[in-house]
Design a protein around this ligand. Structure first.
Ligand code: TRP
Ligand code: ZN
Length: 881
């Protein structure tokens, strides 16, 4: 295990390498216990660099077997090789030379899942961000681009399938039951995009003809017997390829495109050139084992990795500080894809819920960092919601400010100008400035300044003068990265909603640039005056969540209800209702804490029945509208001195009150929605199931007894219905016979199918209440659970720590101890995943005092472990502050 060296990397220290490596020739002789990796590197001294300048390459835990320069072994005194570094003291004086490095690897023993490892008998690699240096010594940084030729040798029985990046070039048999394959990737790429897969896998195949008529062979490789589960992923891939041509003019560029599903994987998926490697969770689906959410995730992630071919691979990052250049942009692209494939407003609401659930707490806590950070100790810890999700929001704002045409012109210029390069956020922004003629100087602060901006809104209407005044004020609280903040350029989409629900016209506006119903807020404080406004409007602002801000707009409940019913922007309708729910839940929780009974507004209890039955709204939208803010959402909004038990009781009280009020309407809709035909994963069918499942949750809560959920569980014909019913049973009646029986049935039915049992782990890990700590501890001993598999860890421990407020934050600190124990245990073999689990501690300071103290103790216990990895140490030390 790596031990921390405490060194930080800083953006301002960026310097190009002295040497380039235009060509890489790799050959592997694969064996689980002793793999030989031979790297022949064409090394070229850069112009202006003195001949003989030492060559220093990165390594990580490497064992060097041989080193040759231009075919001749290098004398011992002429180089130094440590596990972390190779130094060639005096390279040849000529411009170019060939460096041959032979390293010895033990893939079967590699539990970090970085570099070359074996998962379920399959050799696979993961090189982003710094995994290539675990294979051979290299300039393991994204600004060194090389064309790769890869030869793989393996025992044919062990690995009939041999894949790498690019196009297949050669293959054949060797002596002793071995065989080989050669792959050529003509597109120069950084080392983090290298990949190799070798094993015995089943596959599905298809073809795709690009817009210009090129034929591409598509393959998806999965465990034998699972081929039918890959057909949805294949369909999603073809739709992604078509969409990128139509929407961004981007065609695929190789003869083959392969995807491999592996069962041990640190994250979701990886965009290696021409050979995407996926967590099998995001490939495999059929109605019996996958939920509608799984299908949607598969579609989105297949698209995301495919889109990286242009945004990430053809144009890559100069350094890891620029990570959002590829990730934020590619998330934006996959969001747009899903919006086009499904329902745009529903997709937008889901995105905003995710942003608020994951990115807001990050940005408002000790791990806050700019979308483009300026320093890091461990880059793996910067694959964050801020880089990905806020990074995507920033691109979306550029689109909002420039409009579709200028945005597309900026993207075209970016592809045209920077194809084949490793670039920066500045290069990216310059393309939009040039294409649109707009100045993005102030806007660029979104990349450089951390924290969620607060925007407060005050309005006033003067009926005599027919004038509407809007006062906007922005502020960003200090974060660890900057203590004082500059004013941001914030695009706020808005409408002045008139009595009939239509946006009202006005004669003129002064006080800000307003174009296409978007206010460009640039100062700390700006007052806008609208003239010619015929009657008092209701302000709808930050429509479509045009900017990732926290909005503070104190307004009458009647106005919020009005927007919830009538705003022409569906996102704003959802937002208005959600805010009403939140405000009343916060109030209820403080009453409960003060020993009083919660009280709810009659309008709030009446409205849900109306929404459930409103056939002018899509079912998926209705399902989202009826979903109460999660306990974590309520806690985040309260912000400090949180008592999770009071929050939990408040939410239960509101759910029950709504259910009792709407019983009849909910039951009617629930029955009318019963799906009779064959299962289809399309958005409309999924929406019906989503609405039905949220209604089930209410109906069972209102009735106070489990039968309806038992019936749905027994009658379910697909995983979406079955898992939802199980969730209701287990969460609402955890100790009941009905829940016990359903959990046991589910376990028996899916015995041996770890991916499905992950749902079973997750449902149990998120059962509210203090007893869940013991339940999770005992589930850790379940034969299917394993701390070496990241999916198992995320399903049981990750779900518990991130989605169980009353369990994780148990008053006696046992939940914190459970997480600390697991982090320490996992850190011994997989630091990257251990660090991700530790992130769940990030909001500890917002809890009430006694819990804060328990959390702090657990964090201190982790940090006092001497042999902590750099990954975990970085997270824990920043979290403690
Ligand atoms: N670049 C990958 C993506 O598409 C994510 C990724 C980064 C990753 N580092 C990884 C995946 C390590 C697996 C392991 O977002
Ligand atoms: Zn990505």
């Amino acid at each position: 295990m790596r031990t921390d060296t405490g060194q930080a990397f800083r953006l301002e220290d960026y310097r190009p390498t002295d040497y380039l490596i235009p060509e890489v020739d790799l050959s592997f002789r694969l064996d689980p216990d002793e793999t030989l990796a031979t790297a022949k590197l064409t090394v070229e001294r850069r112009d202006g660099v003195a001949a003989g300048t030492p060559l220093v390459l990165d390594g990580d835990g490497l064992t060097l077997k041989e080193l040759l320069v231009d075919g001749t072994p290098v004398a011992d005194a002429a180089f130094e090789a440590t596990p972390d570094k190779l130094t060639l003291m005096a390279p040849p004086e000529g411009k170019r030379f060939e460096l041959t490095i032979v390293t010895r690897l033990t893939p079967a023993k590699n539990s970090t899942l970085m570099g070359l490892y074996v998962s379920n008998g399959v050799y696979t690699t993961q090189c982003e961000a710094e995994g290539f240096r675990r294979i051979t010594y290299f300039f393991d940084r994204p600004d060194v681009l090389s064309s790769y030729r890869v030869r793989i040798e393996a025992r044919k029985a062990e690995a009939p399938l041999l894949l790498s990046n690019g196009n297949p070039a050669d293959s054949g048999d060797l002596d002793g039951g071995w065989h080989y394959a050669v792959w050529n990737d003509p597109f120069p790429k950084p080392s983090y995009l290298f990949a190799l897969v070798a094993g015995d896998l089943g596959s599905v195949h298809d073809t795709f003809t690009t817009a210009s008529g090129r034929n591409v062979k598509l393959g998806i490789y999965v465990e034998h017997g699972k081929e039918p589960l890959a057909t949805y992923a294949m369909d999603a891939l073809k739709r992604s390829m078509r969409w990128d041509e139509e929407r961004f003019g981007r065609e695929y560029d190789l003869d083959v495109f392969n995807i491999v599903a592996v069962s041990d994987f640190n994250m979701g998926a990886m965009e290696n050139k021409g050979l995407n490697v996926f967590n099998d969770k995001y490939v495999l689906a059929d109605p019996e084992t996958a939920t509608d959410v799984d299908y949607a995730n598969i579609e989105a992630i297949i698209a995301h990795e495919y889109f990286h071919n242009w945004t990430g691979n053809r144009i890559t990052c100069r350094d890891w500080f620029q990570l959002c250049l590829k990730e934020g942009l590619t998330v934006y692209r996959d969001h747009e894809f899903s919006a086009d494939q499904r329902s745009r407003p529903v997709k937008r609401i889901s995105e905003v819920r995710t942003l608020k659930a994951l990115q807001f707490p990050e940005d408002q806590g000790p791990l806050s960092h700019p979308v483009r950070p300026r320093r890091y100790r461990e880059i793996n810890n910067f694959y964050t919601a801020t880089v990905y999700e806020k990074g995507s929001e920033v691109v979306r704002m550029i689109h909002t400010m420039l409009g579709e045409e200028n945005f597309r012109a900026g993207m075209d210029l970016y592809f045209d100008r920077h194809d084949g390069q490793a670039v920066t956020i500045e290069d990216f922004l310059r393309c939009f400035e040039e294409a649109s003629g707009k100045d993005l100087d102030q806007f660029a602060l979104w990349y450089h300044q951390a924290g969620t901006p607060n925007v407060s809104v005050k309005t006033q209407y003067d009926a005599d003068a027919k004038e509407f005044t809007l006062e906007l004020e922005q502020s960003v609280p200090p974060t660890p990265s900057e203590s004082r903040k500059k004013a941001l350029h914030i695009p706020l989409a808005f409408g002045l909603v008139g009595p009939n629900g239509q946006d009202m016209a006005y004669d003129s506006v002064e006080g800000a640039d307003v174009e296409n119903s978007v206010i460009q807020l640039k100062e700390r404080k700006q007052t806008l005056r609208f003239t010619g406004v015929s009657s008092r409007p209701v302000l709808s602002i930050n429509r479509g969540f045009s900017a990732p801000i926290a909005l503070h707009h104190e307004t009458a409940k009647e106005d919020r209800f009005f927007l919830a019913r009538h705003d022409s922007d569906l996102f704003s309708r959802w937002q208005a209702l959600n805010t009403l729910f939140l405000e009343s839940l916060i109030d209820a929780s403080s009453r409960i804490r003060g020993g009083r009974e919660p009280e709810f507004d009659a309008m709030l209890l009446d409205y849900p029945a109306e929404i459930a039955a409103d056939e002018t709204l899509e079912e998926a939208y209705r399902a989202l509208a009826l979903t109460l803010p999660a306990e974590a959402d309520i806690a985040r909004e309260i912000g400090e001195n949180i008592d999770p038990d009071a929050v939990h009781r408040a939410r239960e009280a509101l759910r029950t009150a709504i259910a009792r009020e709407a019983e009849k309407s909910f039951a009617d809709v629930y029955h009318a929605l019963k799906d009779e035909g064959a299962f289809s994963p399309d958005a409309a069918s999924a929406g019906r199931r989503a609405l039905r499942n949220i209604l089930l949750d209410y109906l069972v809560a209102g009735a106070g007894e489990p039968d309806r959920a038992e019936r749905q569980f027994a009658a379910a014909t697909n995983m979406t219905e079955r898992a939802a019913a199980l969730n209701v049973l287990a969460h609402q009646f955890p100790t009941s016979e009905a829940a016990g029986k359903a959990l046991a049935d589910f376990e028996t039915r899916y015995k041996g199918n770890a991916l499905v049992l992950d749902k079973w782990f997750m449902i149990q890990a998120t059962i509210p209440g203090p007893e869940t700590v013991e339940r999770v501890r005992s589930l850790m001993a379940h034969p299917t659970f394993s701390t070496t598999n990241p999916n198992r860890l995320r399903s049981l421990i990750g779900a518990f720590a991130n989605s169980n407020q009353t369990g994780f934050h148990r008053a006696d600190g046992e939940g914190y101890d459970l997480l600390a124990d697991t982090v320490l245990q996992v850190d011994g073999h997989n630091p990257q995943v251990a660090a991700r689990l530790a992130v769940a501690f990030r909001s500890w300071r917002s809890m009430e005092k006694a819990r804060q103290e328990k959390a702090r103790k657990a964090l201190v216990r982790i940090s006092s472990e001497e042999k902590l990895s750099r990954d975990v140490r970085d997270i824990v030390e920043r979290t403690l502050g």
